[in-house]
Write a protein that binds this ligand. Sequence first.
Ligand SMILES: Cc1ncc(COP(=O)(O)O)c(C=O)c1O
Length: 461
Amino acid sequence: MAKTVADGFFADSRIKEAKKLIQDALKEHQSQITGVKSGNPELKESYDQLLKKMAEYRGGALFYNYLGTGIGNGPLVELADGSVKYDFITGIGVHYMGHSHPGVIDAQINGAISNTVMNGHLQQNTDSAKLVELMSTQACKHGAEVKNVFLTTSGAMANENAFKMIYQKRYPAARFFAFEKCFSGRTLGMAWVTDKAAYRQGLPKTIDVDFIPFYDALDHQGSIDKAVYAMKKAITRFAGQHAGFIMELIQGENGSWVGNTEYFEALIKVCQENNISVFVDEVQTFARTHHLFAFQHFKLDKHVDVVSIGKNSQVCATLFKDDHKPKPGLMSQTFTGSSSQIAASNYVINEIVNGGYLGENGKIEKFHQHFKGNLEKIAKKHPEKLSGPFGIGAMVAMTVFNGDEAKSKNFTIKLFENGVLSFMAGSSPTRVRFLMPIMAVEMKHIDEVCAIIEKTLIELA
Ligand SMILES: Cc1ncc(COP(=O)(O)O)c(C=O)c1O
């Protein structure tokens, strides 16, 4: 006998049967999506109209002529003009499981047939309790103490919440350290932390930030010395005024620039000597290295005070140590996420942890090596057109046409037309990057994507 009504409902054989029917139908229909396909000429006019309307109502054109139909097959996605493309940017790193993944759909159905569309901080279901436990235990697996988890709706909000708890703990210190060329989100606060002038043009100043040069692998010791010097100089200039340091350990939006343990440790030492909280922004790096968290990859477990996650996690969150617990009243939010999102998050994180993705011989590393190897071959054949690749794990980037911004943009658009979604990142040089749908990709997909990359480079020469 079921202990709750819900136990009975979710285990009802009719629900099981309905889900099976949905999965059967999905399998049958998605099996028609087998490879890159151009648009159907009969749909062109209506598709163009739809894009035009979208641009009008949105207040600006989309970067790509991309409107999906709602179905895909692994890394392949169908667009409303009938075309099929490889999604190697995954909504800027969100659709880790590709398109129409049966496990994710199954989890989402559980969410969809539960009582409410959204969960919030006042009322949430048991799935949220499971999710915070999962995030917490995984984060603290190797000695980190960020056991508290506050769910939220976006990466920027996860960062805002991190800033709030750090400010409150370090009051009245109000300055922050961040890395040059970092990206932290689009809120009024994060616009001043993100090191890109265009993203805050016309906005009132919200946060005083001192930017520290990021790690340079070509000048290991020199870049450590420069960064430590810059930090100490700012601390002398603004004595006692720094509350925290937001660290992106692998700079994603800047083009997959990878940091270094010794470099981070040198900066963290300065933080610890000056009561400055160490906050790692993992919105983009979560589940991209051999470890679930990049701070685990760089072995910074003992040093992190606050960590934010997003994108791959499906539900965003701020994780923090006991000594950073905010006082009552500082933080809340109507929504934490939709019921389907929370169910999907539980599924995706469990799958990453238990499905053979992590570790030195895990799928993430294998796919990275394969993709990297293919790109290296192209770079060897066309050194004037492609250099790199760069990045780590599921974050792969390359430079085309010497990192020229206009040519890189042109390349990504042409690549899209040829059937592969990528995106630009960083400036001087601009890179082209890929955030693979690791849970859906196979070696043959990477080979095909690389063949399209090479074809596109040749066409643009
Ligand atoms: C490192 C980092 N932090 C924060 C954000 C902001 O996340 P969201 O766009 O979900 O607000 C991003 C988004 O790209 C990011 O890459």
